[in-house]
Design a binder for this molecule. Structure first.
Ligand code: COA
Length: 262
């Protein structure tokens, strides 16, 4: 696929996606949103065929992503209410499309992840950040709110951190982002690619169907009582155990050989 503001590179079963608008710190306007949505649809198809097993999302230049393009957003004053809702819905769908990709999505964060940039980090399964990266749900500083990213951010950081960070719009370091679950690993900037590569390798040793099933299970079980969860979790495990991939993985361990996906 060829895009104006995204670059992609395939390496075997791994796709490297780079937001490529460094002059505005990879801020996203309607064009970036349309491109990301389209990319996510194609990536979903490739993931379902198991042609792809991991995606790494990065930002070109010194910043991961400065969130929504403020110049573009300021012009939405000329939109009708209906147009504004349609536009915000498209942004929400973009985040949802990335959030629900049936493979492992790794975020590689340097510089800053602010507003929707922090939202993009929130829809990644694994986030590796450089030790100098800054995060923030900065929308209130601009008189707006972290609305469409809120379901994804809340699922990562919880209500207590959201009440502080959504209301203050304060910028916070990678160490705080790790404490609240937005970031999984912090490394010196020069070690980012190596740290990402370690996660990529780790995921590639796991069964691709199992990875997709494990990811799908999390939102289904989250918040349920054990009683409500049991039929779902029992069935999910039962299906994996008898699946070709599950059988291959279990027998490979017993037979001291590598499973077919490796
Ligand atoms: N939308 C539009 N343009 C943006 C932008 C955004 N979200 N973030 C940065 N830019 C533009 C700046 O206006 C500047 O443009 P100029 O070169 O024409 O002056 C350019 O990108 C570089 O920004 P600058 O602030 O000089 O870069 P920096 O590397 O010193 O700082 C950030 C990077 C991301 C920390 C800083 O730009 C910033 O705080 N941006 C706002 C982020 C934000 O609050 N986003 C929430 C949106 S809801």
């Amino acid at each position: 696929m060829s895009y104006e503001f995204l670059t992609t590179r395939r390496d075997g079963r791994v796709e490297y996606l780079t937001l490529n608008r460094p002059d505005v710190r990879n801020a996203f306007n309607e064009r970036v949103i349309a491109e990301l949505t389209d990319w996510a649809a194609h990536t979903r198809e490739a993931a379902e065929r198991r042609d792809l097993r991991v995606v790494v999302i990065a930002g070109a230049g010194k910043t991961f992503c400065a969130g929504a393009d403020v110049t573009w957003m300021s012009k939405t004053v000329q939109y009708t209410e209906e147009e504004n809702v349609r536009d915000a819905t498209a942004t929400s769908r973009m985040f949802a499309a990335v959030n629900e990709l049936p493979l492992a999505v790794i975020g590689r964060v340097q510089g800053a992840a602010l507003g929707g940039g922090a939202g993009l980090a929130a829809v990644c399964d694994i986030v590796v950040a450089s030790d100098d990266a800054l995060f923030g749900f900065t929308e209130v500083k601009l008189g707006i709110i972290p609305a469409v990213i809120s379901p994804f951010a809340l699922a990562k950081i919880g209500r207590a951190a959201a009440r502080e960070l959504f209301l203050t719009g304060a910028r916070f370091p990678a160490s705080r982002a790790k404490e609240i679950g937005l970031v999984h690993a912090i490394v010196p900037a020069g070690d980012l690619d190596a740290a990402v590569a370690r996660y990529v390798e780790e995921v590639l040793t796991a069964g691709p169907d199992a990875v997709a099933a494990a990811k799908a299970l999390i939102p289904r079980v989250w918040g349920l009582t054990t009683e409500a969860a049991t039929p779902i979790t029992a069935r999910a495990l039962a299906m994996r155990r008898v699946s070709p991939e599950g059988q291959d993985g279990l027998l490979a361990f017993i037979e001291k050989r590598k499973p077919s996906w490796r």
